[in-house]
Design a protein around this ligand. Structure first.
Ligand code: ATR
Length: 279
């Protein structure tokens, strides 16, 4: 007698080499919580095998996937990207819409949702000041543009990179030289660090937070350590903060929803689980 397969849906993270990632922990937590039969694996796929793997994602048993280094730009070309993925220039989440493989960039939503939860009203505090002009910065800047923040200053050690990025996002994004931070901070309502400064093994981000208004919000994308020197200085001044782990958890929400059909919540329990894994 044939027994019908009752296995659920599965998703995966495609990277090369197989990076250590917290995504399986996050998605397994939600699958368990909601009693969904499904899986989330890490698939180590070299660049030369990426196109084949993605073109036959469902044949390989997947309802969708996350994509990480070095495949995020290539993923954009192999799928039907939405506006966010196109604007950021990289896709990190793939999903089927019927037979069509679509993609999005969930870092945009992760950044904005985390701020909405951690610091409600953050979008009414004044100008935004974004530090850094790499891939992470693109997602942040696009999220701020989408939310309608009227003025977004973009400062980077290499100013030319800030100029190039600002040019792509229109007049609301204003490139700034790193040595003008002192002038910008007093009118900054939201300060965002997208650089690697403050990460374990890197120098701290050396900024005088005393120049910020008292109602300013400080966000850091770095999550190792959980509390960066920037965030701890902000908290010491009584400023509201949004941390990198919050963004990481919130960016996973949309992928889970697209693959498994249920929008999961970022709970304290999930946060504690991932925090314990970071230590
Ligand atoms: P990601 O894609 O994660 O954003 P990235 O593209 O390597 O990574 O960008 C890293 C960012 O951190 C850049 O804005 C980089 O500044 P440069 O464009 O001038 O390189 C910034 N960064 C890294 N080390 C820095 C340092 N010591 N001082 C100031 N900025 C630094």
């Amino acid at each position: 007698m044939m027994i019908a397969e009752t296995t659920g849906r599965a998703a995966c993270l495609i990277g090369w080499p197989a990076a250590h990632s917290r995504s399986p922990l996050i998605h397994h937590y939600w699958l368990r919580l909601h009693g969904i039969t499904g899986g989330y694996s890490i698939e180590a796929i070299p660049p030369e095998g990426f196109a084949e793997f993605v073109m036959h994602l469902s044949t390989h048993g997947f309802a969708g996937a996350n994509v990480t280094i070095p495949h995020k730009e290539r993923a954009l070309q192999l799928t039907e990207p939405d506006e966010r993925a196109r604007a950021v220039g990289a896709a990190n989440t793939l999903y089927y819409d019927g037979a069509v493989l679509r993609s999005t960039n969930t870092d945009v939503e992760g950044f904005i949702s985390n701020l909405d939860v951690a610091a409600p009203g953050w979008d009414r505090t004044g100008d935004a000041l974004v530090l850094g002009a790499g891939g992470a910065s693109r997602a942040v800047v696009f999220g701020l543009v989408e939310r309608g923040i009227p003025r977004i200053h973009l400062a980077n050690r290499t100013m030319e990179r800030a100029r190039v990025l600002a040019d792509q996002f229109g007049a609301r994004v204003i490139p700034a030289a790193w040595n003008t931070l002192g002038e910008l901070l007093p009118r900054t309502g939201l300060l965002v660090n997208t650089t690697s400064l403050g990460m374990n093994g890197q120098p701290p981000l050396d900024i005088d937070l005393a120049l910020l208004p008292r109602d300013a919000v400080v966000a850091d994308l770095v999550y190792v350590p959980l509390e960066t020197p920037l965030l701890s200085a902000a908290r010491a001044r009584g400023l509201r903060t949004a941390d990198g782990l919050g963004m990481l958890l919130h960016q996973a929400v949309r992928g889970f929803e697209l693959w498994f059909g249920l929008r999961p919540a970022v709970t304290q329990e999930l946060r504690a689980l991932v925090e314990a894994d970071l230590l």
